[in-house]
Design a protein around this ligand. Sequence first.
Ligand SMILES: [Zn+2]
Length: 80
Amino acid sequence: MVMQVLYSRNIKTVQCPRCELRYAKKETECPHCKGLPDSEIETLKLETEREADAHSNLGKVMSAAAIIIMLVVGFLFVLL
Ligand SMILES: [Zn+2]
């Protein structure tokens, strides 16, 4: 995920009109959907959306875990 952020910051990207994914401007063709038939594009889009959802869910779980850990640590400090 961090690599993706660095990638998109350092390299100028364009959005593919076909699969809506981003790729480096220097590429002449979209590496994501190059050679894929139209029927596969929808599948690719759905998979990408699902992955993005999984990432945002993971973020929520991580921040919830961080809050719980802080509460536990705070509680221990009160007890000791
Ligand atoms: Zn594409």
